[in-house]
Write a protein that binds this ligand. Structure first.
Ligand SMILES: [Zn+2]
Ligand SMILES: [Zn+2]
Length: 144
């Protein structure tokens, strides 16, 4: 891959990272490298085939930041379509009371996001998984 398409992909990835850091800053949350197995389980649930298998029509217009909601595994949506989809699910991002990492039922959740290139996965972790996942393994957070 080279030329304009690669430039668009890199720009979309850069925008995704920027948005993640901005969201973390607003929520007083932390950005970290996702290395704990709890993250692998989370990613595996949202992307069962290892990559999005469906995408909204806007994906065909070129690389851009995309989102996958836990309520809609495998479906990549642009920033505009993801808002519509989130509003259409029963209570926003949380469609069930199951943890998106371990699958166990829980009454409290931590909303989490994982970016892979230009794709951001959005879901919930139970306190147990989140407690494991937030353990620091990667590079230190860079202040946005
Ligand atoms: Zn779209
Ligand atoms: Zn869990």
């Amino acid at each position: 891959m080279s030329g304009p398409l690669l430039d668009q992909l890199l720009a979309a990835t850069s925008e995704t990272e920027h948005n993640l850091r901005r969201a973390a800053s607003r929520l007083n949350a932390r950005v970290q490298v996702a290395t704990d197995p709890a993250w692998d389980a989370f990613i595996g649930r949202l992307l069962p085939d290892g990559h999005p298998t469906w995408a909204c029509i806007h994906a065909s217009e070129g690389p851009r930041p995309m989102f996958v909601l836990a309520a809609l595994p495998g479906l990549a949506l642009c920033a505009s379509c993801v808002l519509t989809a989130a509003a259409d699910t029963d209570d926003g991002y949380a469609a069930t009371t199951d943890c998106d990492a371990c699958g166990r039922d829980s009454t409290t959740f931590h909303e989490v996001m994982v970016s892979i290139g230009p794709v951001t996965l959005v879901g919930n972790m139970c306190p147990r998984c989140f407690g494991r996942a937030k353990q620091f393994h990667g590079d230190p957070e860079v202040t946005p």
